[in-house]
Design a protein. Structure first.
Length: 414
């Protein structure tokens, strides 16, 4: 085992513990330390580290943090959440609406987007209904991951598969193969979380109250930003269905959505100053550490030795879930996808890759970027901490059932 892989395992261990003596560590502290270690030890050069940082992802997250912060600080986000959740008459119904709404929205707006705007909503709901925030935050993280499986724009790895796999009519194809098992997984998630957190989900009637708009100028601009976001995503979907070959990337959509606030708000510099810079630092560090691990060739060598046995549904799902924890899901798809297409694997196998690399986010905190966004935001805003082991205690059984449902469905209809 080389130094980069050893550092990655150390990072996993520290994230699981999150405390060294009296020192309480945040996730971004640990990931940044890991990136600095591989730089200092010469496992990756400064030039390689700079090149490793995916600026599309960084600009996308920066823009979405601006939109999310504007929605939250103006009070418009709480206004929207009231309009949606006021129909919930009990916490069980509220949980169902969180799971269903987050899953559907993540399929259209991307899981990371929902993580950004959904976290303050979950914290607000917990405060208003006098319950712990953890059940709602966990429901948000797991539902945006599962919901994003069934869409080619639900997450970056699905988009990579849709484009590089020459998938015809990607929106129709993803829904045809993945919609039904995704719905089954969401139903299971609701049942599991309701049982797991039954002590938090009292059946008393809920009283909903609308939060006031705190900044009317920012609220108008935030509403405009949200409208831009939804409109451009709709345009992207229509372009995909009609086969229009014009570049409209998720980064372009996010920047366009942020422009009303960045250009029109008198508090633009305050917004920029107060976005979640710690999470952005985490992603920069993650790119550096993962590139160092990638350059080591450790996992590529592991996969190449198993090449002949990696084309069945259960192998694709299992390998995708496990290796995504170590090299992240997008690099995993970039490595695995060419191997599958070279072996003659058809669309059902690619759908298994999409499902496996995405539901990998349900196994551990580091399995999905959206998990890190939610947990870091919750810790920063309300000091709510979800530990590695607490996440795993939910994630392991949920992921095992997720794999079985996707495998069973794909094997049945494929």
């Amino acid at each position: 085992m080389n130094l980069s892989v050893a550092v990655l395992l150390l990072v996993f261990l520290l994230i699981a513990i999150r405390q060294v003596g009296a020192l309480r560590l945040q996730i971004w502290h640990i990931m940044t330390a890991g990136a600095l270690m591989v730089l200092v030890m010469g496992e990756i050069t400064s030039a390689e580290a700079l090149k490793a940082v995916d600026m599309d992802v960084m600009v996308f997250l920066f823009a979405m943090f601006v939109v999310g912060h504007g929605l939250e600080e103006s009070g418009y986000l709480s206004h929207l959440s009231y309009q949606y959740f006021k129909r919930a008459r009990s916490l069980s119904v509220l949980l169902m609406m969180v799971i269903g709404g987050s899953a559907c929205a993540s399929a259209l707006l991307m899981n990371d987007t929902l993580a950004v705007v959904g976290t303050p909503v979950m914290l607000l709901l917990a405060r208003k209904h006098e319950m712990r925030a953890k059940p709602l935050l966990i429901a948000l993280m797991f539902s945006v991951t599962i919901g994003s499986v069934m869409s080619p724009i639900g997450n970056p790895q699905n988009l990579l598969i849709a484009i590089n796999g020459n998938v015809q009519s990607p929106f129709i194809t993803f829904l045809a193969w993945l919609f039904i098992p995704t719905i089954l997984n969401l139903v299971f998630l609701y049942w599991f979380l309701k049982r797991r957190y039954r002590g938090d989900l009292h059946e008393e009637g809920l009283k909903h109250s609308q939060e006031p708009i705190r900044d009317h100028e920012m609220a108008v601009l935030s509403k405009l930003s949200l409208q831009f976001l939804v409109l451009l995503v709709f345009v992207k979907i229509v372009m995909g269905i009609m086969g229009i070959d014009a570049e409209l990337r998720l980064t372009h959509i996010a920047v366009a959505a942020a422009l009303p606030l960045l250009v029109g708000s008198s508090r633009r510099f305050w917004l920029i100053k107060n976005i979640d810079w710690a999470t952005l630092a985490f992603f920069v560090s993650m790119f550096v550490l993962m590139e160092s691990v990638w350059n080591s060739g450790f996992f590529q060598s592991l996969l190449s030795r198993m090449n002949d046995s990696l084309t069945s549904y259960h192998a694709i799902l299992g390998v995708s879930v496990l290796l995504s924890q170590f090299i992240s899901n997008v690099p995993l798809v970039a490595l695995y996808h060419p191997m599958l297409t070279a072996s003659g694997v058809l669309v059902p196998g690619l759908m298994a890759l999409a499902a496996g690399s995405t539901i990998a986010g349900n196994l551990t905190i580091l399995g999905a970027a959206s998990n890190v966004i939610v947990i870091q935001a919750a810790e920063r805003r309300n000091k709510v901490t979800i530990s590695f082991m607490e996440f795993l205690s939910v994630g392991f059984p949920v992921t095992m059932v997720n794999i079985l449902i996707y495998w069973g469905y794909l094997a049945l209809v494929g």
